[in-house]
Design a protein around this ligand. Structure first.
Ligand code: GTP
Ligand code: MG
Length: 592
């Protein structure tokens, strides 16, 4: 046990965690040069394509120094704010963290928030300055920042480059795990993945005692018992073992097929001579809600199947059935943020071949009625918005946003935040040129286009992080969209009273661009209750696709007509109007 080192890599997005992990895998010979690719641990297609890590990834390495054999258990974590719950779980199974700071960018918002997570869990922090190979690196300045932040010595900071390699020997600074090898077996589940053949694999860290293959184990919170059919360690591929001992990290396969039976944060123990439950993690709270519907209404059951499978790989996805007059049966889903929502939609399309419509996302509101002012009604869906005449008050979620930027951009960023109904609570100069701004802002205002706008007004020199801080009273209204007088429930949105007119106008305009002209005129209207607040109209068009087929070849004409019909299948029929699926997300694209 004294030769085990458990550590994770944490940093702001894109500071080079996965690339540095590659170097560690290479120097320890965990992976052959032939298998090595860039960011080897990002093994999902979407991760590779987008160049970002979405899921934490644990891997074991062997390392020898001064004739001592070490076992290194490494966890690479994602940097994007939507996935910070992945980081918090990884941290719980480690004794140390490599804190990576990009030498060209310095400390950014998630550097700080991930560092705090690590400190709360008493992890030994090893500061690393990465990308030192780049011309634009500012080693002295960034060193100052790191010393300021964590109060370490300048000499402790390791200069590294994911391109050239890093002193693995420094990882010895991570303390060995503590635990009692003779105590009853007690392990913490920190992650799980789904394998369609073998069911759910739970990843755990042994805090006390040991587990042998074939033993009867119990998952304490779910109160279920299983046989440890297979246990092993997490190399690049799983490596079955007979026993996993105190301090080590491993996986267990016990034939579980139902997602609910494996709860991340649960404790595994032996049925005979059991240990106590470990304090687990808090459930993840979704931040954004939206409906997901199959384009083809007959595919509802297939969609359910796909969602259930996806949930096995991504426990943070929540969903429950709902129905819409316009779209039929679908699900109301909860996401951790907009990137998470985008990724779920993309995975449904790629991994399950489902074409889906996502409705206007919204946050979760609280409503209180005049007849009962105390009971909270949770409104996750515009359809559940109570009749305005019965509402006593509405509340919306607020967040504390922290933005780190260059002094030059403070002005424009403040105006953006004020436009978003934010209030500045703090402004600190970290150095003469770098400022940390703290705002309280309604969550609804930042989930949509805030991040993109922040990036464009600061030319990329602003980083952003946020935490929920509870609910505050707000004037919310439900805005409906009408196509030729028919209300389309899937396009309804809950908006702040002051934004309604502006937004209504913009959405009408956007829908006018997105809906193709049809054989009759279409009126596009936005309304609050019975009051129309904006209107656009789309004029009629008759498109005769066979017009260019002179000559009498009937088979060619038929072919063209069929092609047109197939093209139409991708549209959604609302009343008599055909609407393309992307129109349902019009609200998100208002500034394109
Ligand atoms: N020049 C240079 N580029 C680097 C270095 N390390 C990483 N990069 C580049 O920086 C980009 C981001 O690297 P990743 O390793 O994916 O960063 P990450 O921290 O894992 O990102 P997330 O997991 O999405 O938070 C890639 O384009 C890398 O090629 C380095 O030491 N030098
Ligand atoms: Mg990564």
């Amino acid at each position: 046990m004294k030769n085990i080192r458990n550590f994770c890599i944490i940093a702001h997005i894109d500071h080079g965690k996965s690339t540095l992990a590659d170097r560690l895998l290479q120097t320890t010979g965990t992976i052959s040069d032939r298998d090595l690719q860039e960011q080897t641990l990002d093994d999902m297609d979407i991760e590779r394509e987008r160049g970002i890590t979405i899921k934490s990834h644990a891997i074991q390495m062997d390392y020898k120094e001064d004739r001592v054999d070490y076992i290194l258990n490494l966890i690479d974590t994602p940097g994007h704010v939507d996935f910070s719950y992945e980081v918090s779980r990884s941290i719980a199974s480690c004794e140390g963290a490599l804190l990576i700071v990009d030498a060209t960018q310095g400390i950014q918002a998630q550097t700080i928030s991930n560092l705090y997570l690590a400190i709360e869990n008493d992890l030994e922090i090893i500061p690393i300055m990465n990308k030192m190979d780049l011309q634009s690196a500012m080693p002295e300045e960034v060193k100052d920042q790191i010393v300021d932040l964590i109060g370490c010595d300048r000499e402790e900071i390791i200069s590294a480059s994911g391109k050239t390699g890093l002193g693995v020997d420094e990882i010895e600074r991570v303390p060995a795990p503590v635990g009692d090898p003779n105590a009853p077996f007690q392990a913490l589940i920190f992650d799980s993945v789904f394998d369609s053949y073998r069911g759910i694999n739970a990843y755990f860290k042994v805090l006390n005692g040991e587990i042998k293959k074939g033993e009867k184990v119990k998952f304490i919170n779910t109160d279920k018992e299983y046989f440890a059919d297979e246990i092993g360690t997490l190399k690049l591929h799983q490596e079955p073992k007979q026993v996993i001992k105190t301090g080590d990290v491993g996986y267990i396969i016990s034939g579980i097929k139902v997602a609910k039976e494996v709860k991340v944060g649960d404790t595994i123990t032996r049925v005979e001579n059991p240990a106590e439950a470990i304090q687990g993690f808090e459930d993840v709270k979704p931040m954004v809600f939206a409906g997901i519907y199959p384009v083809d209404t007959d595919e509802f059951e297939e969609l359910r199947d796909a969602m259930e499978k996806l949930q096995l790989n991504d426990a943070s996805l929540t969903f429950e059935p709902e129905s819409s007059a316009a779209l039929g049966f679908g699900f109301r889903c909860g996401f951790l943020g907009m990137l998470h929502m985008e990724i779920i939609q993309e995975r449904l399309e790629r991994e399950f071949d489902m074409t889906v419509i996502t409705t206007v996302p919204n946050v979760s509101y609280h409503a209180y009625l005049t007849k009962d002012k105390e009971t909270t009604i949770i409104v996750n869906n515009p359809i559940d918005f109570p009749d305005p005449s019965m509402i006593h008050r509405m509340e919306e979620p607020y967040i504390k946003a922290s933005i780190i930027t260059k002094a030059d951009y403070v002005g424009p960023i403040m105006s953006l935040c004020i436009e978003k109904r934010g209030e500045l609570t703090n402004q600190v100069y970290l150095t003469t040129d770098r400022v940390e701004l703290t705002f309280n802002v309604p969550l609804a205002e930042i989930v949509f286009d805030f991040y993109d706008r922040l990036k464009s007004i600061s030319r990329g020199y602003a980083s952003f992080d946020y935490h929920p801080i509870g609910f505050r009273e707000a004037q919310m209204v439900k805005m409906d969209m009408l196509l030729n007088g028919d209300m389309v429930d899937a396009l309804s949105a809950l908006v702040h009273k002051d934004n309604a007119y502006e937004l209504g106008k913009k959405i009408c305009k956007k829908l006018r661009e997105l809906i193709p002209r049809q054989q009759f005129a279409i009126a596009i209207q936005a309304a609050i209750g019975a009051k129309i607040i904006a209107r656009e109209s789309l004029s009629a068009l008759r498109k005769d696709v066979t017009a260019k087929c002179y000559g009498g070849d009937i088979s060619r004409k038929r072919k063209l007509l069929e092609k047109q019909k197939a093209g139409k299948k991708k549209m959604k029929q609302i009343g008599n109007v055909e609407v393309p699926p992307k129109a349902f997300l019009a609200v998100l694209k208002l500034n394109d």
